[in-house]
Design a binder for this molecule. Sequence first.
Ligand code: BTN
Length: 243
Amino acid sequence: MIGRTRWHFAAVDSTQRVAFRLADMGAAHGTVVRADFQSAGRGRQGRSWESPAGSALMFSVILRPIVPMHQLGTLSILIAGALADVFSDLVNGPVHIKWPNDVLIGGRKVSGILLQTRGPVAVAGIGINIDSPAESLPLTATRLSRHATERVSPDQLLEMILPRLNTMWSEWKTDLSTRQIERLEHRLWQIGEDVSLLDADREIRGRILGLDPSGGLRLGGPGGERVIMAGEIVRGPRPIPGS
Ligand code: BTN
C-alpha cells in the first residue's frame, strides 16, 4: 500500500536519491520518502526543483511495478490526474493537467512529477507548491494557498493524496488504465489549441487533440494525427490573465 511505510526528513539533497537508496536496501513498494527541504531537488529534463523550507509538499514514492518498465507510459499522467482531483476539491475554478505531467491552477504550474526508473524499481517524485513566497516562483508557477478556499498544511495534503494514489495504482495494475486516461481528458490543458513541442532538439507543431490510451499526446497536423510519447510543450497560450 502506498504510504504504509513513511520516512520524513527535515532536509535531504533529493528525496528521489534517498528513495532509490532505500529501494536498493529492499524498501517495500509504496514507501514514501518526504522532506521539508531539498538542497538538490530534481526536476524533469535535468532541471532543478527548489522550494523554501516548509513551503512545499515534496515526496517520492517507491513503486515496484509488476509490468515491464516500458509499459509505464500512463503512470505519470495518472499521478497528475490523482493530484488534480485532490486540488479540485480544494480550490475554486478549473484544475488542468499539462501533458505529460504538470498540474496547473489558473494556467500556472502548482505541481510537477518526476518519474524515474532503475532496474525493476520506479520512483515517482512529487513536488507541490503550497505556500511558496511569490518571489520564489517563476511567473509560470503558482501556489495552492493562493487558490484554495481553506488553508491546507503539507501534512493534511499528503493525507488527501495518498488514498487517491492508492486507488489510481489499483486501477492501473488491472488495465494499465485506458479507462482512467479517458476520464482525465477533460482536464487536459490546451486541448484543441495549436502548440509547439520540444523533444530533444526537435520541434513538433500541431493541435492538441487529446490523450492516447498509451499516455501519449494526440497531436493533429497537416499529415494527420500522430501520438507523441515524449517532449515538452514550449509554446502556446499564456496563463489565464488575473488568475
Ligand atoms: C518537474 O516539474 O520538473 C518535476 C519536479 C519534481 C519535484 C519533486 S520534489 C520531490 C521529489 N524529489 C526531487 O528531487 N524531485 C521530486
